[in-house]
Ligand binder design. Structure first.
Ligand code: ADP
Ligand code: MG
Length: 691
């Protein structure tokens, strides 16, 4: 399948000269297993080898001098170095060579010969010296020393200059590839060809060439984005071609909606309309509904479930934890059952006869909706006619798990729900193969959460206020972050905090942490939700979606260590009822300017998408956002922040291409296939496989 033209790049690194059994694992650690991966290494800095005089030497710098040899002191024992003393009229320098090859050195570099030497100079007790110069050549070979030398990532036992040698060999093997970019776009962006871009990557002309904004780096980033977007667009198109049950917008859904004690927000209306148009189209739906916790995603999905039920099908709503499944069940079972739609809650707690009793109506079709946890995709769960799956917090499930559930029906429609705010600019890189509905509006009547930052030395005051509030029946979350490498010491910190709070507030302080068994955790959470506990101390984000309307206080310790999006999600757990809510961000002073700005954003806005966008701006790309965890692919050339303007263009380009030439058979299409192979981003391998 792989085009022959790529063979030289898709061979193991051992095919490079000098890469034997010792070097191979080191190079693989630095680059990857293939020659392509070596070619893709990126220099992180430059060495300039501009000649200087010895009088201008700076301790510790890499420098270049033109010198004459004064004296060679040969050593014939490995323990003692050979020393070559050189001068240039402004000063003296000693070149130091370890190893018993002094004789050879003297032959190659006889007394009085002129040489250009380059390497790191040091001031030592013996005067100026240079241990093992990087270069030592006769003046007529000066061209062998690059003026600017890129420095590559390296590892113990494999120094940057060896890595550079391998990169150069890989570069020599890089073929000329057919142009896969649109010529008009290339001209507009002044992009070089792929090969030119690769050459410039490895032969930078100055520091500016190391920037992700350099035109050759933008070209490589765009190639990578296009390969990825193309794979996602192909997946999406393939799913569209799969016929699926045509489900019309039903009367039942409308009646259920009319019975709700509130009216939908405009954003909910739009999301439902989009889902309904997907369902009625006769193609398989894969839609992501994005919206903050409490924005009303679940009730939108509920109306779609009613449509499916009315059309004679079944739906399953899957949540990552038991407590969330229970809450979803409580939200939707009342309205659905009031209109004769049977709903079953299935969790890991259901066993034996009780479980069998719940499975039966799903198999016969007497129940039209199943709500549950991982328990839903066990083999013995059989549906009469499963037509739609709704996945809450979809990133917490594996692709295989979701597919196991979808496999219980035929061409099953998918709604994914997510409360993780993603900057709009990155949406395509995460969800390019899904259609997205955003619920950006909050239901009316929610009181904004008063947010303030306070230094740790105000801790006692905060605890005192918490005590007063607890006395009046208020409930609070208290979050302790994962700080150290060791989970155990974090746990200890949370336990200490719970203990300290108990001393002041009393027994109504619970603790949940990641090391607890799921059932135990759920039990403490349930006690909190039922009002049996007034303070819940938690080590990390426990349950993003958990709904405890009576909880009005959120205290977050070491708030500066959390991502903004995460802080926003935590804060979203309060402010759900009519009572005034507060969020206290405790920090260890002093705060850096950026940290201060970040906490300020939270105080100023409650818009999750805006917060995510500002966070990206303040922290730049990289993985500071924990985006990788939420599914951002591990790009080689793309910097999520620096190249954000290219994402949408690549998305449009990919969709256009798939629309025009779905099988990629045109001339550009064939070149694009080479691109996909180059990046290994083929339709079947899209990371965000929505099944
Ligand atoms: P999400 O799934 O986005 O977290 P839910 O659908 O569970 O949100 O809704 C959260 C709470 O808000 C539920 O109790 C729900 O009944 C209520 N709710 C949903 N939509 C509205 C609305 N438009 N107006 C008032 N309350 C709403
Ligand atoms: Mg929810």
């Amino acid at each position: 399948m792989r085009p022959e033209i790529l063979f030289p790049l898709f061979t193991p690194v051992t095919s490079l000269k000098g890469v034997g059994p010792r070097v191979a694992p080191l190079l693989e650690r630095v680059a990857g297993p293939l020659v392509r991966d070596v070619l893709w290494l990126q220099p992180h800095s430059l060495i300039r080898r501009t000649p200087a005089t010895l009088s201008a030497a700076v301790d510790g710098e890499i420098m270049t001098f033109e010198v004459q040899i004064e004296d060679v002191q040969i050593s014939r024992v490995a323990a003692r170095p050979t020393r070559i003393r050189v001068y240039d009229g402004t000063g003296f320098l000693t070149l130091v060579f370890f190893g018993a090859y002094g004789g050879q050195l003297e032959q190659r570099h006889p007394v009085n010969a002129r040489r250009i030497v380059s390497g790191r100079v040091e001031f030592s007790q013996y005067g100026l010296q240079m241990v093992h110069p990087d270069y030592m050549v006769a003046p007529d070979k000066a061209a062998e020393i690059p003026h600017i030398e890129p420095v590559y990532p390296a590892t113990e036992g494999l120094p940057p200059r060896r890595v550079r040698g391998f990169v150069q060999e890989a570069q020599a093997r890089a073929p000329d590839l057919p142009e896969w970019q649109d010529p008009a776009w290339l001209a507009r962006e002044k992009f070089p060809t792929w090969r030119e871009a690769i050459v410039r990557l490895h032969e930078p002309q100055g520091e500016a060439d190391l920037s992700p904004l350099a035109v050759h780096r933008r070209r490589l980033a765009y190639d990578e984005l296009l390969a990825h977007q193309l794979a996602m667009a192909q997946r999406k198109a393939a799913r569209r071609r799969e016929p699926a049950a045509r489900i019309p917008a039903g009367d039942l859904g409308n009646r259920i909606r009319a019975d709700l004690p509130f009216v939908f927000t405009g954003a909910q209306d739009r999301a439902l309309a989009e889902i309904r148009s997907d369902l009625a189209a006769g193609e398989r739906m894969s839609r992501l509904v994005q919206g903050d916790v409490g924005s009303g995603k679940t009730v939108v999905a509920m109306c779609a479930m009613a449509d499916v039920a009315e059309a004679g099908g079944q739906s399953a709503l899957m949540a990552p934890t038991e407590i969330l499944a229970r809450q979803h069940y409580e939200t939707i079972s009342g309205p659905l059952e009031a209109h004769g739609i049977g709903v079953v809650l299935l969790t890991g707690r259901d066993k034996g006869a009780a479980r069998a009793e719940k499975l039966q109506p799903l198999a016969t079709g007497a129940a039209r909706v199943a709500v549950g946890t991982h328990a839903l995709f066990q083999n013995d769960v059989v549906f009469q006619r499963l037509q739609m799956v709704v996945v809450d917090e979809q990133h917490r499930f594996g692709v295989a798990e979701r597919q196991r559930l979808q496999a219980k029906g035929e061409a099953v429609h998918l709604i994914a729900m997510s409360a993780t705010p993603i900057p709009r600019t990155l949406e395509l890189t995460l969800y390019g193969d899904l259609d997205v509905s955003r619920i950006e509006e909050k239901p009316p009547g929610r009181t904004p959460v008063a947010t303030r930052a306070a230094p740790m030395n105000r801790l006692e005051e905060v605890i005192g206020r918490l005590k007063d509030a607890a006395r009046t029946g208020a409930q609070a979350f208290w979050i302790c972050p994962l700080v150290s490498e060791s989970e155990l010491s974090d746990l200890a910190a949370a336990e200490m905090r719970a203990l300290a709070l108990r001393k002041v507030i009393g027994a109504g302080v619970g603790l949940v942490h990641g090391k607890m068994a799921a059932a135990e955790k759920d039990a403490v959470m349930a006690d909190f939700a039922d009002g049996k506990l007034s303070v819940l101390v938690a080590t990390t984000v426990v349950e993003v979606g958990v709904n405890v309307p009576n909880a009005t206080i959120m205290v977050i310790e070491q708030a500066e260590r959390f991502g903004l999006a995460q802080l926003h999600q935590l804060r979203g757990r309060v402010g759900r009822g009519v009572r005034e809510s507060a969020c206290v961000l405790l920090y260890d002073p002093p705060l850096s300017e950026t940290a201060q700005q970040r906490l300020d954003i939270l105080r100023r806005t409650d818009d999750g998408f805006l917060i995510a966008e500002r966070d990206l701006e303040l922290r730049g790309g990289g993985d500071a956002l924990g985006l990788r965890q939420s599914g951002l692919p591990d790009y080689v050339f793309v910097d999520a922040f620096a190249h954000r303007d290219l994402i949408a263009v690549a998305g449009d380009d990919a969709r256009l291409m798939v629309g025009r030439d779905p099988d990629l058979t045109s001339e550009r299409g064939q070149a694009l296939r080479v691109l996909q192979e180059l990046f290994d981003w083929k339709a079947g391998l899209a990371l965000r496989d929505a099944g």
